[in-house]
Design a protein around this ligand. Structure first.
Ligand code: LLP
Length: 404
């Protein structure tokens, strides 16, 4: 049974490395990967970690050591994945809206590729014809995911080639003898409803006969993790069961065994991450008690960008009675993490921890207001390791060119 990082450990890390600091629990990542592979035992499935969630090289090396593959959303992520030691065959490149040159580089690097526009598919056909296997990212017209900002499969989404443009896809396949080995659909993030994945599988089922060289069916990522107390995540076991049944149906109908691919980001790293901040100032006005912390949307933008909920705990005063606080940042913007959040009484200097912050936390950070990006620490085998130094002043003007 996995023992979570307790408050003492988090406090020690804050003391050693300062705050704000992201802390990742290696064994929790391993535990999540194990859950996936256990649930999908006997199913012909491959998992590619969607590294846009967290790209620190030490995390990537750790994830590779677990036997997981990697999904990249930019050519730079592909370079980082290679640097972390992933073999090209275990790297998937699923991007959107990119220049064809990036795809050419991906071909040179020998990684798996999904293409998300007719225009790039045509360029791909003209350049490589049947030579290089490729997958197609489709837009299914399925509304799914936590909210519109993280939903990618609906009618007005920019992602993928709309399924109704099948004839145009097929014309390109025919003209350039494209070797289509995969179909890809990612409908969004925080998808609790397993049926969404099955709807995707149904679309694949309809399309499969059009692509005789098809080998894999890529259902993307988007498994929900529980952010709130008492919330449920995606039932991975149910998903595995249903996907297995679908694959059997493919086999029975088409006499062919397809492999199913997934690209989980959050599922692998979100719950493993804690973000430790410190309270700079307390303030009250007529309606609110503000707890002003030494961070802001420059370090964790999810609450402001998606209205996301992150559990927050005061690890410095755990026995005190609770009061409601507006937890706010120190950026010159309204960077409110939570409006009326019950917390054990907060004092200036207390440490507030944001939970479930491993995915899209540090990664969506910035240097806005010329603030430093936080340090990152990986806690592994009972030991804390610094895996990224906090920025320093020189980082802020590193690429700037000073004119007289
Ligand atoms: N595959 C593709 C093609 C994707 O676009 C994404 C996420 C994933 C996989 C991984 O999804 P996950 O398993 O992490 O939900 N930044 C947002 C979510 C948007 C992610 C964009 N794409 C957040 O903080 O919730």
């Amino acid at each position: 049974m996995l023992i979570p990082l307790d408050n003492n450990i988090l406090q020690e890390i804050a003391q050693t490395y300062g705050t704000p600091v992201y802390v990742y629990h290696a064994e929790k990542i391993a535990d999540q990967f194990k859950k996936l592979t256990t649930a999908f035992t006997g199913v012909n499935a491959r998992f590619f970690y969607a590294c846009k969630a967290l790209t620190n090289i030490s995390i990537l090396k750790y994830i590779r050591s677990l036997g997981c593959n990697i999904d990249c959303s930019s050519i730079n992520e592909v370079h980082i994945a290679l640097k972390a030691g992933f073999a090209p065959a275990n790297i998937l490149y699923t991007s959107n809206g990119i220049a064809f040159e990036e795809i050419q580089t991906a071909v040179e690097l020998g990684v798996n590729i999904n293409i998300d526009s007719l225009s790039n598919l045509e360029k791909f056909g003209k350049t490589y014809g049947h030579l290089y296997p490729v997958g197609i990212r489709l837009l299914p017209n399925i509304m799914a995911g936590g909210n519109l900002k993280i939903s990618t499969g609906h009618e007005n989404s920019k992602f993928g080639i709309p399924v109704y443009q099948l004839n145009q896809i097929l014309a390109l396949v025919e003209r350039y003898k494209l070797r289509i080995v995969g179909l890809h659909i990612h409908t969004g993030s925080e998808i609790k409803d397993v049926e969404v994945f099955i709807k995707v599988a149904d679309i694949f089922f309809e399309l499969a006969p059009h692509f005789p060289e098809l080998e894999f069916l890529d259902m993307g990522g988007g498994f929900k993790v529980p952010y709130k107390e008492n919330e449920q995540g995606t039932d991975i076991y149910l998903l595995a069961q249903e996907v297995s049944a679908v694959l059997n149906k493919f086999d029975a109908t088409y006499g062919k065994k397809f492999q199913v691919w997934f690209e989980p980001g959050k599922f692998l790293v979100s719950e493993a991450g804690s973000f430790i901040t410190q309270v700079n100032v307390l303030k009250t006005n007529t309606n609110l008690n503000f707890a002003g912390i030494n961070s802001g949307f420059n370090h964790l933008i999810r609450p402001m960008f998606y209205d996301s909920y992150h559990r927050i705990t005061n690890i410095s005063n755990t026995e005190a009675p609770t009061k409601e606080y507006a937890v706010v940042g120190n950026i010159c913007e309204t960077d409110t993490f939570a409006w009326n959040r019950p917390l054990n009484e907060v004092r200036e200097g207390d440490l507030l921890v944001f939970h479930n912050a491993g995915a899209y936390g540090f990664e969506m950070g910035s240097n806005y207001n010329s603030r430093f990006l936080p340090a990152q620490v990986l806690h592994k085998n009972g030991q804390a390791h610094l895996i990224r130094k906090r920025d320093e002043l020189a980082d802020l003007w590193r690429n700037q060119i000073e004119l007289d």
